[in-house]
Ligand binder design. Structure first.
Ligand code: NAD
Ligand code: ZN
Length: 359
């Protein structure tokens, strides 16, 4: 079957475009209970951006610390219940932050109109009703969460997205000024998520001319941003990174991710490692799957003096490794893309355990 996906309704790109938000929200302010819910990365509490939020007295602003864990179903359910009980149904949700906040904004916008716990809807097309209007403003680039049709949540049983057409943002504001403050290590790990999206999208049976065009351009941008004389966190490169992140996301949407993301899900679910960092931990050991890509990613790390830990698996019990391998094995769409339709003949739980033992 061919992939047939909804895209973001509207995108504004450019330095200073954050200031357009007030006008953009104005035409939605009469909807539902006539207030907006803002979910903002707590990094911005007390920063200049807080004073620039176009909030009205009736709006609700929640600062969320995304560092303790990736977004959980519990967080989404309680945020929804709290806002509904206090004020009713918002006109819309605005998310300002990284992939975690993008996913929180997307998920809660759906859960405002779908009853029960978000755990009921983890999977493809399980959501029953369209959510409310939602607008995303990425402040760190790489995951492509701003463009994707999934809101990844960690639940008691699964780490899996609420995935459907209604998940996609109605509006995205891409203002590269907002990513200038990202620390170098996070700038690198998150950007490497884009790079890995492209390498994995390209290397598998679902790659096609459409996904390839996005991946090719995004990889070119990543090389300009992370390699060579002009590499580094400059204004020009921040512009490019915001675009690369989106294109990487579009590439994998129309193709698929592969071995690295499967392993990364295991690292996140069992050990709580953050998505982008977990990808880097895994990808460095996958030369037999993604040879050139792995070599190039290592060059990028060296150029920016970022060192990944080695020998981690020595500290893991066989139980932990098995648990991670089970998470990874249960992502058949990724293995199918990366290895082929006969992947089960080539990849077993033991094969995957060996991949974890390389780390
Ligand atoms: P994040 O949202 O987890 O944030 C990473 C860190 O960067 C945090 O400490 C945050 O406070 C900080 N930060 C964000 N913006 C900043 C800024 N401008 N200046 C300084 N610090 C800043 O980051 P992420 O890596 O973008 O997102 C990871 C999450 O995205 C995971 O939960 C993962 O599951 C999810 N994800 C979703 C998709 C999708 O398609 N929906 C794809 C990949 C990953
Ligand atoms: Zn990713």
């Amino acid at each position: 079957m061919h992939k047939n996906f909804k895209n973001i309704d509207k995108v504004v790109f450019g330095r200073g475009s954050f200031s357009e938000m007030d006008g953009i929200l104005a035409e939605k302010r009469n909807d539902n209970g006539r207030f907006f819910l803002f979910v903002v990365d707590s990094y911005f509490k007390g920063k200049d951006l807080e004073s620039r939020l176009p909030v009205k007295p009736e709006d609700v602003v929640k600062f969320i610390d995304v560092d303790p864990s990736e977004p959980t179903t519990e967080l989404i359910d309680s945020l929804r219940d709290e806002v509904l009980a206090a004020k009713g149904l918002p006109s819309g949700v605005v998310g300002i932050g990284g992939g975690s906040i993008m996913d929180i904004a997307k998920a809660v916008s759906l859960m405002f109109t779908n009853e029960g716990s978000s755990t009921l809807y983890q999977g493809l097309n399980l959501i029953k009703k369209p959510g409310i209007y939602h607008l995303g403003v990425p402040t760190i680039s790489g995951t492509g969460a701003e463009v994707s049709m999934t809101a990844v949540l960690t639940g008691p049983v699964k780490k899996l997205g609420l995935k459907c057409d209604w998940t996609v943002f109605n509006q995205v504001i891409l203002d590269p000024e907002l990513i200038a403050s990202v620390p170098t290590d996070k700038w690198l790990y998150t950007g490497m998520d884009t790079y890995i999206h492209c390498i994995e999208s390209e290397n598998g049976i679902l790659n096609n001319a459409y996904s390839h065009a996005f991946a090719e351009q995004a990889v070119k941008l990543c090389r300009e941003i992370y390699l060579g004389d002009k590499a580094g966190q400059t204004a020009e490169n921040d512009d490019k990174l915001m675009v690369a992140s989106m294109m990487g996301g579009l590439s994998l949407t129309y193709s698929e991710v592969g071995v690295c993301h499967a392993l990364s899900y295991g690292l996140s679910k069992i050990l709580g490692e953050k998505h982008c960092y977990a990808n880097c931990l895994a990808f460095q050991h996958l030369e037999d799957y993604y040879g050139e890509g792995v070599r190039e990613l290592k060059q990028m790390l060296v150029q920016h003096n970022v060192q990944l830990p080695q020998g981690l698996s020595k500290g893991w019990t066989d139980e932990t490794i098995t648990a991670m391998a089970e998470v990874a094995y249960n992502l058949p769409h990724m293995w199918n893309h990366a290895i082929g339709t006969d992947w089960k003949e080539k990849v077993s739980l033991d094969t995957i355990k060996e991949l974890y033992k390389r780390m």
